[in-house]
Design a protein around this ligand. Sequence first.
Ligand SMILES: Nc1ncnc2c1ncn2[C@@H]1O[C@H](COP(=O)(O)OP(=O)(O)OP(=O)(O)O)[C@@H](O)[C@H]1O
Length: 273
Amino acid sequence: MFPTAALVTRSAAAALSPAQAVAAVAQSRLIRPCCSFSSTSTSSLIPTARAFRRQQQKQHPTRYRRHHTMSTSTSSPQLPSDRRPIVIAGPSGVGKGTLYKLLFERHPDVFALSISHTTRSPRPGERDGVDYYYVTKELFKELVADDKFVESAQFGSNFYGTSKATIAEQGARGRVVVLDIEMEGVKQVKRSSIDARYVFIAPPSAEELERRLRGRGTESEESVRLRLARANEELEFGHSGAFDKIIVNDDLAVAIKELEDWVYGTPAASSES
Ligand SMILES: Nc1ncnc2c1ncn2[C@@H]1O[C@H](COP(=O)(O)OP(=O)(O)OP(=O)(O)O)[C@@H](O)[C@H]1O
């Protein structure tokens, strides 16, 4: 069963409530306005991952049957030969979560989403050690001073970080750790001693990214605008050579296959998108 932790991600945390996001702008200057992403409202209804699959199943019954059979036929965990942690990044709303959840579903007991530490309070339904490790600011600062994090960041008044111990523990359980982190986190992991591989998920277009963000129905107007503004910078970074693989998430069935091939090192993985 896919862990609940996967539902709450660090990259999602990067754009918090409007007030926190505005504070983040002021504090870290991570977000800068840009020109090419329109903030024009669209009224599209983009489905959730599950609804999206249902819709795909209706539209492409043959393809979906093949796809679905693959996803349920795995009897024993098939580990990739490269077990290094996988860092997945890309603009908010591009479909990172959708893609790695599918990967996890198709390969049960192989991957583990890294659980971050945070100083923010748990939201209703969230559990310590499942969604996040909830710590005080004092403890967080101690952990930073002791160099316990591979990457950490402040969003609004809260701190978030990925501990080296979490990555090591998941690895020791035989899992390939997946880190869903935003751009600044990626840069920190790259500077750290963690030997990881990096995949960037790109949208087919700015319009489609906006459509997905709005269609997800989770963001306020302010939050959508901040995420789109930030997307330009993320895209520049994505194409700066920092990533081992770039996947354009246009058709979900194609993108998940591309991710799977890259993760498992099949021939398709050698060709950069
Ligand atoms: N290939 C696709 N085609 C159409 N819609 C998609 C596709 N991939 C994902 N979506 C939809 O786009 C929306 C955003 O996807 P998702 O939440 O996975 O993005 P994300 O990159 O993980 O965002 P965040 O960083 O904010 O967590 C969801 O509603 C999802 O169903």
